[in-house]
Design a protein around this ligand. Sequence first.
Ligand code: FAD
Length: 492
Amino acid sequence: MSDTPKSTPTKPKRFSTVEQWDMETDVAIMGFGGAGSCAAIEASDAGADVIIFEVTAASGGSTALSSAEVYMGGNGGTAVQKACGYDDSTEDMFNFLMAAMGELADEDKIRMYCENSVEHFDWLVSMGAKYKNSEYKERAIMAVTDDCLLFTGNEKSYPFREIAKPCPRGHNLEVEGDNGGPMLMGILTEQVGKRPIRVEYNARALTLIADDDGAIQGIVVRIDNEERNVRARKGVILCAGGFVMNQEMLKKYVPQVSIGNIPIGNPGDTGAGILMGQGAGGAVIHMNEAFITLPFYPPGSLTFGIFVNAQAQRFINEDIYHARMAHHILKQSGQGIYLILNHDDYEHPPFLGAEVAGTGETIEELAEDVGLDADMLRHTIEFYNQHAANGEDPLFHKHEAWLKPIEPPYAALDCTPGSGVFYPYFTFGGLDTLPTGEVLTMEREVIPGLYAAGRTACGVPRTSAGYGSGMSVGDATFFGRVAGKAAAARNG
Ligand SMILES: Cc1cc2nc3c(=O)[nH]c(=O)nc-3n(C[C@H](O)[C@H](O)[C@H](O)COP(=O)(O)OP(=O)(O)OC[C@H]3O[C@@H](n4cnc5c(N)ncnc54)[C@H](O)[C@@H]3O)c2cc1C
């Protein structure tokens, strides 16, 4: 039997052609990951009938694959921030996120996210999420102990530390190892199970059902190889993740990620939700933006090193978040990115997979080994060392905590994109939505009955230049909840 669906995502089914409804509900949700589960819980708690359609045989999505770090703070601090001695202000969090997202920032979403972030923490705790009142003080990507709080972005680095008072906002669940994702999705799935929410697994959402005015009236799903028409009286919420597994869309929108070597996400990240929204008249924004990163720490000691390009020149302060580093690496000309270190600070990073490009007792030996211009490398290292000895970095303002002269013997790690070093990526672009999750047309008019959240929408995180760990699961769970409430409140 052919597996080809009769419906295509970009061609909504016409309401007037529906002969029978196979299922009826108030709110239909596409995808049972972070955003979908939170949307379902809130819609159900607001009194709506809810059905979730999940293409795989289980809940989870990329959220279950993640560390489930969640970026939260402001409002005087979450219970964990307070217990760890941080008094985080909403304005600091807001100013930081606005600066981090730069010209791409969605002020309304960031404002709503910051003002309600402690409430979101409390809600996650009320769902059963456990956070220990402790801080993980290493420079790390996630806490591999059961500690909770850590700096996960660029808060302490220039220029951000001058824009907003730095505060750690990454919250890890109380679990040993990198196991937050399965734990968070286990908790949310259990909460869905406690409510009168119907879940259809092995159910692929195919396309939307729209009336002649463009309002969304339902969704077509394929179950047991049959297309079923689902009436959604109040609305459909698209929570199907991003498009990192769709080669055609990647080539079309974010060709620069081809320098990355590992798409991170689940096989369902095919962009189906985005395409369905587009088919119904939804606009997409920032489709050319992706999280692409070079996870060069831990260990934190590598931050004492300097990154140089093919011209043997530094280009950024090395105390930044790893995705901001990758963002700036992509802007360099020529082939060659190297992390140059004093031999004593060298400890092989666990995630990076970078080869040692060269070593040397002198700068000339190192330059020859690596293939860099020796005079320029000498100039770069000597200039850096001269100021680092005084706790200064006049070029890029690396924090003095990470400044010390780089002395021989030297080592250089090959971080050149394409050399085999680890550059994972996932997508940020998606449907243009209001903070409520309502999907907007090109004219920024609301499409009645259509909502999106998580990576199907373009949310708070929009650029690697300012991303911090926790912003994606934070955004997906927070705005999933908001969309669930908004859809349930709609008079369909
Ligand atoms: C290894 C890894 C680590 C990460 N760590 C972090 C972290 O610590 N903190 C952070 O903030 N971000 C992290 N991220 C990113 C983050 O996990 C995701 O961006 C976020 O969880 C996406 O949530 P979502 O709800 O949008 O999508 P998902 O959780 O992926 O859910 C989408 C669901 O939709 C389903 N679906 C897709 N198509 C269909 C269809 N046609 N019909 C029905 N169902 C469909 C999928 O099967 C899936 O279950 C990480 C990502 C990865 C891969």
